[in-house]
Design a protein. Structure first.
Lengths: 82, 326
């Protein structure tokens, strides 16, 4: 079992971990703290919807980063093997 | 700790004794699968992961009756795991469509929500506890099918599911003990005992297969115990190999697809019995394909790497606990 292979996969796992921790920080410290400068009947709904949309965008960003990294790793290794 | 030890032994014994019986019964009934990653293409009895389900349910009932554990979470766990097992059995006997299976597994989450076997206060790294009164039940309904199906997708090789899930159960016990949730650590101990007994039969070269019944119920059990134990974020981290594998697979094949619906395979078996990653651009991207991208390996070596990666992610989960401010 090559240690190189294991090291690359562990590095991928660590990157995913960091992205999750950072993403959670952004969602709960930044997005969930959003407020509007005015108060009316629509404000809570606008805030709620914006929080959901922005959190979903962070989630999609996570997934895109993971996807790009996995593909980059796979095709680089397969090309090198050829 | 003593109760955890006793339930670990009970879970181990029940699964160790029932798995060969299930194997014999399923072989007799013709419920067998082909070991695709062997040159001799042996037929192996399927659906034997129900031994783990039985071990966990039996231990959970004993815990409620004799160890004074609260009945509500145990009832939620038993209902959740049995529902997932029933869906898995239906899938093993007459395959369910790739879209129907995840939808059906959401039913397994319903007992947890209806019985209120959760706490809407979630511990987030660096931030402390956040109240998610409205969002949390929705997260439960999403989390159980996602976890159950991602465990199901992480079972391509002999011992992969049982080995990695044993590691996840051990991680769960460690997190719960570190956070001082001692009574919640009893049930994961039973799951660990059951999984280790099952791994004895399922490890390379496998004598039994877990089947969808085993995979889905074990995944649902891990999800339910995570929610009951309030260790959502560390377990999300510990399950990075499982979750990323499921995500890579789904995004590379463009949505929910069953194995039989995928004409291109991520790996192929070589004449010397080793496995190799395929170069086909249309083949799904999976964790096993990433592991094999650098060169061929034996099946048990791939599984060992999967277990090592789950160990690393479990350690990262442990590190995350240090960032949780309660």
């Amino acid at each position: 079992m090559a240690l190189n292979r294991l090291a690359s996969l562990i590095a991928l796992t660590v990157v995913v971990w960091l992205s999750i921790v950072f993403g959670l920080f952004i969602v709960f410290r930044v997005i969930f703290e959003i407020s509007l400068p005015w108060q009316n009947m629509l404000a809570p709904a606008i805030i709620g919807v914006s929080r959901v949309i922005l959190s979903a965008m962070v989630g999609i960003a996570w997934l895109l980063v993971w996807w790009k990294l996995a593909n980059l790793y796979l095709w680089r290794k397969l090309k090198r093997r050829e | 700790m003593v109760f955890s030890g006793i339930l670990f032994c009970i879970g181990f014994l029940v699964t160790f004794l029932t798995t060969p019986l299930l194997a014999r019964m399923n072989r007799k009934l013709g419920i067998v699968g082909i070991d695709a990653h062997k040159t001799n293409k042996r037929k192996i009895p399927e659906m034997c992961g129900l031994g783990v389900t039985l071990g966990l349910i039996f231990s959970a009932i004993l815990a409620a009756l004799f160890f004074g554990l609260e009945a509500k979470p145990i009832l939620a766990l038993v209902l959740c795991v049995s529902t997932a097992a029933a869906i898995g059995v239906a899938d093993d006997l007459g395959p369910l469509s790739s879209r129907l299976k995840p939808v059906l597994t959401t039913i397994a989450a319903v007992p947890i929500v209806l019985l209120g076997a959760y706490s809407p206060y979630m511990a987030i790294p660096f931030l402390g506890t956040t109240r998610l009164t409205i969002v949390y039940p929705v997260l439960v309904i999403i989390a159980i099918p996602v976890l159950a199906n991602s465990i199901n997708m992480m079972n391509p090789f002999n011992g992969a599911m049982s080995g990695t899930c044993s590691m996840l159960s051990l991680a769960m016990i460690t997190y719960l003990l570190l956070l001082g949730h001692f009574s919640e650590a009893i049930l994961p101990a039973a799951l660990l005992g059951s999984l280790l007994a099952f791994h004895w039969y399922n490890k390379y070269p496998a004598k039994v297969f877990s089947g969808n019944a085993g995979d889905l119920s074990i995944g649902a059990a891990i999800g339910a115990l995570t929610i009951i134990g309030r260790i959502e974020v560390p377990m999300l981290i510990a399950m990075i190999p499982h979750i990323t594998n499921a995500f890579y697979l789904l995004s590379s094949v463009g949505g929910l697809r069953e194995r039989r619906e995928m004409p291109y395979r991520p790996t192929r078996l070589l004449e010397d019995g080793k496995l190799e990653a395929t170069e086909d651009g249309k083949a799904p991207v999976t964790l096993s394909r990433l592991i094999l991208a650098e060169g061929p390996l034996r099946e048990n070596e791939v599984v060992n790497i999967m277990i090592i990666l789950t160990t690393v992610s479990s350690l990262l989960g442990l590190l995350t606990i240090l960032f949780l401010r309660r």
